[in-house]
Design a protein around this ligand. Structure first.
Ligand code: GLV
Length: 308
C-alpha cells in the first residue's frame, strides 16, 4: 500500500514507531523525500495543513488522515471529492477539559492577582468567587464539548450546551443553534470549542457577549475565527466581561502588535489546549488503516459540506 506522511521528520519517526506496535510495517515515507513518480503512486497521506501542490502531486490519492481534530485547512485547498478525509476524533476531551477547568478556576479564584501580590510581598486579602454558583455554557456539543460539560457538571450550578442540533447530554441544559439568545442569557462563563467552518465564522460577537452576565468570562479553545475578537475587546473594555482566556486566534501566531496581549483579565496561550498526542494519532490511524484495507467505513470521516 502506498502511504506517505506530510510533516516533520520527528512526527514521521514517532508515527512509524507507534504503528509498528499495532503490527503495521508497510513502508511509509515522507512526502518530501519522494520523487514525482513516487508521489503519483501515493494512495494514503497522513498529515495536516497540506498545501495545494501536495494534493495535486498525488493523483492516485484516495484518503487523507488529518493529524488533528480541526480541518479548517480544508477551506484553503481544493481536494477532489473522490478523496476521503478523516480527522482525529475522541482524543481531545481530557486535555481540553483540564485546560478549561484550570482557566475557569484561575479566573474565579483570581489566581493571577495572588501571584502578583506575592511578587511584591503584599498581604492583601479580598473575596473571590465560587465556581459552584456559576452558570457555564459550552458552545459545541460534540465529543470535546460533551466531555467538557461532564467535567463541569458536578462543580457548577448549571451547565448549558449549544449544538447544531439539540444536545442530549446527561444533566446538561441543551440548546439548538436557533435558541442561541436563551443559551447566552445570564451566562457567567462561556467555553467555546467549535470548529471554524463557513457557518461558525464570528458566531460569537457583541450580540452574544452582551447577553452574558456582567463581569462574565470567555474561554476559547476551539478556533479563533469563531470569536469576533473586536467584539471581545469591546466587551472587556466596557466591563461587560471581566476577561478571557484564549488559546486560539483568528491569526496564529498572535501578532506581537495585537491589542489582546495587554487587555485586563486576559490569559493568552499558544494553541496548546488540545495537543495531538502521538499515541492518539497512532491509535486512530492504525485502526483506520485496517478498516481501509478491509474496505470498512473509516472513523472520523469529515463531512465536507458541514466542514468537520
Ligand atoms: C488542534 O487544534 C486540532 O485541531 O487538533
Amino acid at each position: 500500500m502506498e502511504i506517505a506522511t506530510y510533516g516533520s521528520t520527528a512526527m514521521h519517526a514517532k508515527l512509524i514507531e507507534g504503528l509498528r506496535q499495532y503490527g503495521i510495517t508497510d513502508p511509509i515515507r515522507r512526502f518530501d523525500d519522494l520523487s514525482d513518480e513516487e508521489r503519483r503512486a501515493i494512495r494514503i497521506l497522513f498529515g495536516w495543513y497540506m498545501p495545494q501542490e501536495v494534493i495535486d502531486a498525488c493523483p492516485s490519492l484516495e484518503w487523507i488522515q488529518g493529524a488533528g481534530a480541526g480541518v479548517d485547512w480544508l477551506m484553503t485547498v481544493n481536494i477532489p471529492d473522490r478523496i476521503t478525509v478523516t480527522r482525529i476524533v475522541d482524543q481531545f476531551g481530557p486535555d481540553m477539559g483540564e485546560y478549561a477547568l484550570l482557566a475557569a478556576l484561575a479566573w474565579v479564584k483570581d489566581w493571577r492577582r495572588w501571584s502578583l501580590l506575592q511578587k511584591s510581598r503584599e498581604w492583601t486579602p479580598h473575596l473571590v468567587g465560587q465556581l459552584s454558583l456559576l452558570t457555564v455554557g459550552v458552545l459545541g456539543a460534540g465529543s470535546i464539548g460533551g466531555h467538557i460539560a461532564a467535567v463541569f457538571r458536578p462543580l457548577v450550578a448549571e451547565v448549558r450546551a449549544l449544538g447544531r442540533h439539540l444536545p442530549n447530554l446527561a444533566g446538561v441544559v441543551g440548546f439548538s443553534a436557533d435558541q442561541w439568545p436563551a443559551f447566552y442569557r445570564d451566562l457567567d462563563l462561556l467555553i467555546m470549542v467549535l470548529p471554524h467552518t463557513s457557518d461558525t465564522y464570528h458566531l460569537v460577537g457583541w450580540p452574544q457577549l452582551r447577553l452574558m452576565r456582567t463581569g462574565g468570562f470567555v474561554i476559547n479553545i476551539g478556533r479563533g475565527a469563531v470569536l469576533d475578537e473586536g467584539a471581545l475587546v469591546m466587551a472587556i473594555r466596557s466591563g461587560q466581561l471581566s476577561g478571557a482566556c484564549l488559546d486560539v486566534f483568528e491569526v496564529e501566531p498572535l501578532p506581537k502588535e495585537s491589542v489582546l496581549w495587554d487587555l485586563p483579565g486576559m490569559t493568552i496561550t499558544p494553541h496548546v489546549s488540545g495537543p495531538s498526542r502521538v499515541e492518539g494519532m497512532v491509535r486512530v490511524f492504525a485502526d483506520n488503516l485496517k478498516r481501509f484495507r478491509q474496505r470498512r467505513a473509516l472513523v472520523g470521516v469529515v463531512d465536507r459540506g458541514r466542514g468537520y
